[in-house]
Design a protein. Structure first.
Length: 288
């Protein structure tokens, strides 16, 4: 198998457990996923099969959409309701206008401090393992991109946000930071990933509907992972040269740093980069 599955991960299980369920339907085929979801979260999880595992990085770079529900007036060691939640005594109650007025300040590129309970590594160990052991975890803030941020519901203490963001964004930490700017605290109560690029939740396959028989029908072509790249079509002779590790003339005049090449049937054949003397060289070749 060579392709992708747009999976609807249910809450209550890890992304790895969801991928393992897909693995049971494929046998020994190599498999991977793009963009981990916490057990609390549900929604789009793109699973890559066979040679398409070499496309995971491209899917991870795609913008992601979330709907997150938060609770004001609470703190948690995990920054969500699955941790040790504590109520703040006398916590202020921001108005809807105060909250909406603040949100534009969180659109754009800025530094975000990741949560202690995350899969990031500290001195070779996962941060969440250190946190569980009681070891203080102080992660360096990292740049993130928030493209859209909208309040879609507010009934204190609950507020719900719709977010479009780049890779590496922690939505629970976004709720934490928004609350801190309002002089209070918040924890994430629920999270749904509604899209990764063009992979949408309304088109995702529920995990319990996946089986060895249904999987081939749910398999999306690998070219779906390169929807954001410029695309060229190869002749059989050009493809053979690329498969041999040789360059081809850039007769299309593309100058982008990454180019998707497809065969006559529109199937992904290679990822290319510009080479000297107006030529293109293969970065990754995929089987016919």
């Amino acid at each position: 198998m060579f392709g992708l599955v747009n999976l609807n991960k249910p809450p209550g299980i890890t992304s790895r457990a969801a991928v393992n369920r897909v693995q049971q339907c494929t046998g020994r085929i190599k498999i991977g996923h793009a963009g981990t979801l916490d057990p609390l979260a549900r929604g789009v999880l793109v699973v890559c099969l066979g040679p398409a595992t070499r496309l995971v990085e491209l899917v991870q770079r795609m913008p992601k959409r979330y709907r997150g529900r938060f609770l004001f007036g609470c703190t948690s060691d995990t920054e969500d309701v699955q941790g040790q939640v504590r109520q703040l005594a006398g916590a202020p109650q921001p108005t809807q206008q105060q909250l909406e007025s603040l949100l534009p300040a969180f659109v754009g590129r800025f530094l975000q401090r990741p949560p202690a309970y995350s899969a990031l590594k500290v001195a070779g160990r996962r941060a969440y393992r250190l946190a569980r052991e009681g070891t203080p975890v102080d992660l360096t803030p990292r740049p993130i991109d928030i493209y859209e941020l909208r309040l879609v519901g507010y009934d204190y203490p609950e507020f719900t946000l719709e977010i479009q963001c780049g890779a590496g964004t922690y939505v629970r930490s976004l709720g934490r930071d928004i609350a801190e700017r309002l002089g209070t605290a918040a924890v994430m109560a629920d999270l749904t990933r509604t899209a990764i690029g063009d992979f949408r939740l309304d088109q995702a396959t529920p995990l319990d509907e996946l089986s060895p028989e249904s999987l081939p029908k749910r398999l999306l072509p690998a070219v779906a992972a390169v929807a954001d790249l410029p695309r060229i079509q190869l002749s059989a002779a050009q493809r053979k040269r690329l498969m041999d590790g040789l360059t081809i003339p850039n007769e299309w005049g593309v100058e982008d740093s990454e180019i998707a090449a497809v065969d006559a049937d529109g199937r992904l054949a290679a990822l290319l980069k510009p080479a000297p003397e107006s030529r293109l060289r293969p970065v990754r070749n995929f089987p016919p």
